[in-house]
Design a protein around this ligand. Structure first.
Ligand code: ADP
Length: 492
């Protein structure tokens, strides 16, 4: 099958969070199963060029219609750890992708509307006719809309679209300008509730809603989140749309790339290990302590790795730090905040705790350090308010780092409480789960984990190695996506 993935991220070259990991991991899995997979990405000035091999100009004269005129683009081609990627570079005063950041600009709606248009123009003009176009998140929500409203009539009637939503919070809100810029035009047609009109803001067009309505299949990144998105506030206003489209909507649990996230072969950690020589993990713990100047002591290390924002339950992350210290545990945090208020808060916290030898807060994004933390910590805490899938708990499991998670979204599908899971036998359980958003709930789960670490080290190790045996690779999701692709190719 010929599959083109179109996204705003692909790890490790462009990674702001889990989306990048998923786009790369899924592409790799589909590739090694014998499909032809290509990726189309924006050419950002700030991406990791050191991860691209053989970058060269592949298509010099891509002219993308935009408002009344056109923007001239160059398309580059290069290999990102074996995957063929096309990077679109527009030449215009808008400077869409030369902003020193991936997201967060006032005109993000126009930047990614342009990217979507350019990606389709590239397919069209270069005569690429994939069987499947797989789009991701709001940034590419307009692709199925334009495919079925414009490009279908220009020789692209047979392409089918799978659209994956990684986070409902960001939906891409545009207006009439988007329609005029992209050539969709017909205002009164698209401002209908069964098309792109936002369900709650009658003056806005919702890109993600467009993606849902026009795609042949829609997925989100875990089965439990698919349920939540339809039936709770987690759908952020799109619940009704999803309900109407329920026949083509489902949750497919993300995988993680075990070539990259695997303590047996991880190049970033000093001591490789498996479940069978789990004792080696202790040397990574030692290395982690040395790297972060934590006191050498007989205490568990609890880690948090992730964005610092409302979604991730920052108030509980904050509490987890102090509760760990109270319970004679050490705490390591690696996180970056997108909101200045939260950033200031954690900077203050870092300064306050600076001289404490049992805690280290590392503010920023550091891929290499994250591997050492996964390998060196004993537990990883994921107290999210909502979590579409969550990768950190799955990575933690692979590294024998016991997850302590809030029971929402994909965390429900991947972590099973050691003491209370009603559906699984004890030898299948792999972590700790709490449900409420208050400090006490978090504390009770942390206490159970820390107490087990102190009181029954063998039992704790058993729990950790049980987690390592779970298969959260792309193997199963790869099969699921291929069957979705088959379904939309033959059904539509
Ligand atoms: P998100 O909601 O951000 O997509 P996920 O749990 O799905 O969260 O994925 C987070 C990914 O980003 C994981 O691979 C995690 O290791 C990585 N990550 C998050 N924050 C950082 C950071 N500050 N430094 C390094 N890696 C990070």
């Amino acid at each position: 099958m010929y599959i083109v993935q179109i996204a705003s991220e692909c790890a490790p070259v462009i990674k702001a969070g889990g989306l990048g990991d998923v786009v790369y991991g899924l592409s790799r899995e589909l590739d090694i199963r014998g499909n032809c997979v290509e990726l189309i990405l924006p050419k950002y000035d700030c991406m990791r060029y050191d991860h691209i091999w053989g970058l060269h100009e592949a298509y010099l004269n891509l002219s993308v219609p935009w408002f009344g005129g056109a923007i001239h683009c160059t398309v580059y081609c290069g290999w990102v750890h074996g995957r063929v990627c096309f990077f679109i570079e527009p030449h215009s005063e808008d400077n869409f992708f030369n902003r020193g950041c991936y997201y967060g600009c006032d005109d993000d709606d126009m930047r990614f509307a342009f990217f979507s248009k350019a990606a389709l123009e590239f397919l069209h003009q270069s005569n690429k006719r994939p069987d499947i176009i797989h789009c991701h998140d709001w940034q590419t929500g307009l692709i199925p809309v334009m495919l079925y409203e414009i490009y279908k009539y220009h020789g692209m009637a047979h392409q089918r679209v799978c659209y994956t939503i990684h986070n409902f919070k960001h939906q891409g809100i545009g207006g009439v300008k988007t329609l005029w810029a992209t050539g969709l035009n017909r205002e009164s047609y698209y401002f209908q509730y069964d098309k792109l009109r936002d369900n709650f803001n009658p003056f806005a067009l919702n890109y993600m809603k467009g993606g849902i309505v026009y795609s042949n299949a829609v997925t989100t990144v875990s089965p439990h989140h698919a349920f939540e998105a339809q039936h709770t506030e987690v759908g952020c206003g799109l619940g009704h749309t999803l309900h109407l489209q329920r026949d083509k909507f489902k949750g497919v649990l993300n995988g993680i790339d075990y070539d990259f996230w695997n303590p047996e072969i991880d190049r970033y950690i000093p001591y490789n290990y498996t479940a069978d020589d789990f004792e080696q993990k202790i040397y990574n713990k030692k290395a982690l302590r040395e790297r972060l100047m934590l006191r050498a002591s007989d205490k568990p290390i609890i880690a948090y790795i992730g964005r610092l924002d409302h979604q991730k339950g920052v108030h509980l992350v904050h509490h987890a730090i102090y509760h760990s210290l109270n319970k004679e545990a050490q705490f390591v945090l690696l996180g970056s905040a997108t909101e200045p208020r939260i950033n200031d808060h954690f900077r203050h916290e870092k300064a306050f705790l600076n001289s404490n030898p049992d805690v280290h807060l590392e503010l920023g994004f550091n891929e290499e350090l994250s591997h050492l933390i996964y390998a060196g910590a004993d537990m990883i805490v994921v107290p999210s308010n909502y979590e579409p899938c969550g990768l950190t708990q799955m990575i933690g499991l692979k590294y024998g780092t016991v997850p302590i998670v809030r029971g929402v979204g994909g965390l429900v599908n991947t972590v099973f409480d050691r003491d209370y899971d009603p559906d699984l036998p004890a030898e299948k359980r792999n972590g700790y789960v709490f449900y409420q958003t208050d400090n006490h709930a978090l504390e009770s789960a942390m206490n159970r984990a820390i107490d087990l670490w102190y009181q029954s080290p063998e039992e704790f190790q058993k729990l950790a190695t049980q987690g390592m045996k779970y298969d959260y690779s792309w193997n199963y999701p790869g099969t699921e996506y291929l069957s979705i692709y088959d379904w939309i190719r033959y059904k539509w």
